[in-house]
Design a protein around this ligand. Structure first.
Ligand SMILES: [Zn+2]
Length: 334
């Protein structure tokens, strides 16, 4: 049995809006057993007064003497905060180093938005305790129609109903939890994909559609719109999606990177912690960013960030079904 006591932390339990200041936390076998003041003394006395547990009920748990001799580790966390693990609801866990980085940022679960076999392996290894990193909930690959505007397009292209069947089969076989779609799938194939996914109980999330009315997607149960920039431009249409029960992940930070890096001359090395990234990743980011800049400049894609943010806000006027995500490791998102 492993036992830890964190001492003098400030704790947010999220059960109410208060912060428990200067609190000790006793963790046994990976689970919080007790919170309260002066648990060190409590543990040392073996039979101290019961301390209120997380659920507010006093219980009669007592430390056993053998766990105190050498097996209890103490960590003074004075002045620090203890919070439940955060969930990054839109990310791309594409590099080994990211696992520890997520944890260092307090992120203990991720919703991975483009999954390959590697992610299925990462997820299994994490659950087995063989990988240090957050729990992974993942889509399969990104499915799209032909879209020449995407530089180095590595998405899976849906050209036939057989491709849809293959996508669903691959998703289920690898334990992925939803399908991710990009907006250029042909309307009839998109309808077919939505129908088949629904039959299989697979949610469909992504960048909506350029070729099909967004309301049609909503009616077909499209589960989640990723990015404020994927929302329709008219307020009534956004309201329709919100009221249809669709979820929404604004990924505010990545919406801001486009104008910043493509048009406003911001450079990646200006980013706080850029220097902390592995060198190969810094190069990777610079290369990808160069391609993104070329592509958007040549297409003249120049979104007004205030308009994009405004669409997200409109959605939130009609729904609280939104999730917070970063879109890391898109270049510029740490
Ligand atoms: Zn993304």
């Amino acid at each position: 049995m492993k036992q830890y006591i964190l001492t003098h932390g400030n704790l947010l339990t999220m059960r109410d809006r208060t912060i428990k200041y200067d609190t000790d936390i006793l963790i046994r076998d990976g689970k919080i057993q007790k919170i309260g003041r002066n648990l060190t003394a409590f543990a040392a006395q073996e039979a101290a007064e019961p301390v209120n547990g997380l659920n507010g009920e006093a219980d009669a748990w007592r430390c056993e003497a053998d766990t105190l001799n050498g097996e209890t580790k103490f960590l003074d966390i004075s002045g620090r905060y203890v919070i439940p693990g955060l969930i990054d609801s839109h990310c791309h866990y594409d590099a080994d180093y990211m696992g520890k980085m997520f944890l260092a940022c307090g992120v203990t679960s991720v919703r991975n938005m483009r999954g390959y076999k590697r992610h299925a392996e990462y997820a299994a290894e994490t659950l087995a305790g063989k990988r240090t990193g957050p729990y992974i909930y993942s889509s399969g690959p990104i499915y799209d129609g032909e879209d020449p505007s995407i530089p180095d397009n590595s998405n899976e292209i849906i050209r036939t109903e057989a491709d849809v069947e293959q996508a669903i089969e691959y998703t289920i076989r690898n334990g992925f939890l939803w399908l991710k779609t990009y907006p250029s799938i042909e309307p009839e194939l998109y309808r077919y994909l939505l129908k088949r996914a629904r039959q299989q109980g697979l949610p469909v999330c992504g960048h909506m559609s350029k070729k099909l009315d967004d309301k049609v997607l909503a009616d077909a149960g499209y589960y989640c719109c990723e990015h404020s920039s994927s929302l329709p431009s008219h307020k009534a249409d956004i309201r329709y999606l919100a009221e249809a029960g669709m979820w929404f992940t604004p990924t505010q930070a990545v919406c801001e990177t486009l104008p910043d890096y493509v048009w406003n001359g911001k450079m990646l090395p200006e980013l706080e912690h850029f220097k902390d990234l592995p060198e190969c990743e810094r190069e990777n980011w610079e290369n990808r960013n160069r391609k993104i800049i070329e592509s958007y400049r040549s297409q003249g894609v120049r979104p007004d960030i205030r308009v994009v943010i405004g669409r997200g806000r409109t959605f939130l006027e009609y729904s609280n079904r939104f999730m917070a995500g970063t879109d890391c490791a898109y270049p510029g998102i740490i």
